[in-house]
Ligand binder design. Structure first.
Ligand code: SAM
Length: 348
């Protein structure tokens, strides 16, 4: 059998789902239940040992456990009261931080981690009405089925309208009236992902039980790819990612858009931000990169200033340092999970 020890992730991240915490979203009883299994509280995720728990400092209701601790057989997991989701993958909904008055479009939703996490900010507890607050687009019909299932398990199907199809063609301001916020988490190279083989072997999970939130898995092969081949692939991906964000930016009522990838390549991250900032229509629509103060300011690893510096100069409307500060990066393993990038565009 295959050696999966190199694939061992440092932490398994779980979040308590307030949408399943009756009657008003109070997560304490679920945490008390969790603490029966994870009795030792540690102060750093790097100190995790089997049976211990770490309370994350960046994302509310998020906890780290040791990767060898089984959790998928737990009743809390089966009932959607806890959801397995990498810490960095929780950043977008936390940055968007929608409230009860917002209507959100998740442009690329399956399997639904960010969709259901976003719902937990809008509803804050079990949904009390049937008003649609999130339009969740997913192009792939098979993945859309998994999304539907996750939305149901997470207890927010009455507030989420799943739409199967291409976001750039199907989503119009008319069909999704008054959309104020967007999560745009499109397909990417997935070069920040690892740990799949480990968890699959641990849990022998079926396709629909997987918590991974990426749709491309060819990354182990990247190292064997010729440089030109990789560049061509990244160019294709970044032009697709640009189109996805630009379409979101065209919605007249939109105020905030969080763009993210689980890629470590600047081509899919800072370079996409640069292309958007240079685009005439985007400039006319008034979009700017939100400052660090609005994008998890205490997270230390920010965007790559040298990428912005190649195009923009200090003292201009696009200050490379400020742009980089507005972005978040996470390194695979070193930062406790997958490699990740997030940025927030806003207009006042
Ligand atoms: N946000 C998801 C989560 O947190 O669970 C993960 C999204 S995954 C990185 C990207 C998804 O976008 C895939 O499921 C893919 O099928 C979908 N997708 C790709 N192109 C799309 C498009 N044009 N419109 C809608 N969905 C698309």
């Amino acid at each position: 059998s295959e050696d999966i020890t190199n694939d061992l992730p440092p932490v398994r991240w779980i979040r308590i789902n307030p949408l399943k915490c009756h009657p008003n979203g109070d997560t304490e009883p679920v945490l008390a239940e969790l603490r029966k299994k994870f009795t030792l509280k540690v102060n750093k995720w790097s100190d995790l040992v089997p049976g211990s728990i770490y309370y994350d400092e960046y994302i509310p209701n998020l906890f780290g456990i040791h990767p060898t601790d089984k959790i998928t057989a737990h009743e809390l997991y089966k009932h959607g009261k806890i959801i397995i989701q990498d810490r960095a993958s929780c950043f977008p909904a936390h940055i968007l931080h929608p409230g009860a008055d917002d209507i959100v479009i998740d442009a690329c939703s399956a399997p639904g981690n960010k969709t259901t996490h976003t719902a937990s900010y809008i509803c804050s507890g079990p949904p009390k009405d049937n008003i649609i607050r999130i339009y969740a687009f997913e192009k792939d019909p098979e993945r859309a089925k998994i999304l539907q299932k996750m939305v149901k398990v997470a207890g927010c199907s009455s507030n989420i309208d799943v739409k199967v199809g291409d976001f750039t063609k199907l989503a119009t301001p008319d069909k999704c009236k008054g959309a104020t916020g967007f999560i745009v988490d499109p397909s990417c190279s997935g070069s920040g992902i690892f740990g799949r083989k480990f968890f699959d072997s641990l849990n022998k999970r079926k396709m629909d039980e997987k918590d991974d939130d990426n749709d491309v898995i060819p990354d182990e092969q990247e190292e064997f790819m010729a440089k030109e081949e990789l560049q061509t692939r990244l160019a294709k991906l970044s032009s697709f990612q640009f189109q996805m964000v630009k379409h979101a930016m065209s919605f007249p009522a939109a105020k905030k858009i969080v763009y993210s990838t689980c890629s470590i390549h600047a081509e899919e991250n800072e370079r996409v931000v640069i292309d958007l900032l240079l685009d005439k229509a985007v400039q006319e629509w008034g979009w700017k990169v939100a400052p660090r103060t609005e994008v998890i300011p205490s997270w230390p690893r920010r965007g790559k200033v040298e990428e912005f510096g190649e195009v923009f100069r200090d003292g201009t409307a696009h200050n490379p340092r400020q742009l980089a500060e507005g972005c978040i990066r996470a390194l695979p393993k070193e930062d406790g999970g997958i490699g990740f990038f997030a940025v927030c565009f806003e207009r006042k």
